[in-house]
Ligand binder design. Structure first.
Ligand SMILES: O=C(O)c1cc(=O)[nH]c(=O)n1[C@@H]1O[C@H](COP(=O)(O)O)[C@@H](O)[C@H]1O
Length: 308
């Protein structure tokens, strides 16, 4: 899957991910109205609205982008119908040739991590048969429990040729509370980065590893250090747009080959029509606004990479 991600990035010339993080208040009224008319103001109605909204965005952007990252919490808030919308979104994006990064941020004791890994990336044994659950291409993993919380994901990745992105330095304002704490004079995120690089050596694709890292766009100086600590690790970089990250901040997340990082924007793309800049599209044409926001994001990042 890391090879497919890289080939999709080369094909589109766009090291970006569209984050499919739907909230009801981003969904244009005409979509909500139709879904509620068909299914009522119910969880099913909300899930239908999410699915139609996502489909509109994917149809308008899939030819420009290599990957999407649905964040499962946004679907879980609508219970089982929400999870059905998540799965429909995963399958639809895959049918469009996109790499799907399931943003699930899991990690637990070994046996429980194994079940998470099987449910999201692998196949579960049922009698003599095997079934895929959510079947994303990548999943995000929280490494706080240590190697035995991460290894089960790596075992499934090895079997299924899938991948993970391990949280190393997160984009949020309080990420330093724990992640920047020093141990023997080194910040914890650097030690986690070293571990991710070691795990990655065990699972190499062509040039880059199946074990990736998450480093927030909001911490570019730390990204520069981590890029050196993890040379063969693909870095998923969230925090662009709505959280303040800009193309110019991101050049050091990339290697000299122009690869090695993929930048996520969720609200900045999917709710673009609500921004002043894209207001003229109107709610009816929200997907066209998302397409324009994708083009602008690609131009911003490519421009920064070209002028480095
Ligand atoms: O793992 C992530 O994707 C993630 C890690 C991180 O450090 N910061 C972060 O914002 N994210 C996710 O990236 C997305 C960012 O959304 P926007 O701020 O709307 O672009 C959300 O789905 C977050 O859950």
């Amino acid at each position: 899957m890391i090879n497919k991600l890289i080939s999709n990035i080369k094909k589109t010339n766009a090291p970006i991910v569209v984050g499919l993080d739907p909230m009801l208040n981003y969904i244009p009224e005409h979509i909500q109205k139709k879904a509620f008319a068909d299914l009522g103001e119910t969880l099913e109605g909300a899930a239908e609205a999410i699915w139609q909204y996502n489909k509109g965005i994917v149809d308008a952007t899939y030819d420009l982008i290599p990957a999407v990252k649905p964040q499962i919490a946004m679907y879980e808030q609508f219970g089982i119908p929400g999870l059905v919308a998540y799965k429909k979104t995963v399958d639809y994006c895959k049918s469009k040739g996109l790499v799907v990064i399931g943003d699930i941020k899991r990690g637990d004791i070994g046996s429980t991590s194994a079940a998470y890994a099987v449910g999201h990336l692998g196949q579960v044994q049922v009698g003599s048969k095997k079934y895929a659950g959510f079947d994303e291409d990548f999943a995000t993993v929280n490494p706080y429990l240590g190697s035995d919380g991460v290894k089960p994901f790596m075992d499934v990745c090895k079997e299924e040729k899938k991948g993970i992105f391990v949280l190393v330095k997160t984009s949020n304002p309080s990420s330093g509370e724990f992640q920047d704490q020093e141990i023997n004079g080194r910040p914890l995120y650097e030690l986690v980065g070293e571990k991710v690089a070691q795990w990655g050596d065990e699972l190499m694709g062509d040039g880059y590893s199946y074990v990736g890292a998450v480093v927030g766009a909001t911490y570019p100086e730390m990204g520069k250090v981590l890029r050196k600590i993890m040379p063969k690790t693909f870095i998923l970089v969230p925090g662009y747009g709505a959280q303040g990250g800009k193309g110019a901040d991101l050049v050091h997340f990339f290697n000299e080959d122009g690869l090695g990082a993929i930048v996520n924007s969720s609200r900045g793309i999917i709710a673009a029509y609500k921004q002043e800049k894209y207001k003229e599209f109107g709610a009816e044409n929200y997907a066209d606004a998302s397409r324009q926001a994708v083009k602008d994001m690609i131009a911003d990042i490519s421009g920064a990479l070209e002028s480095r």
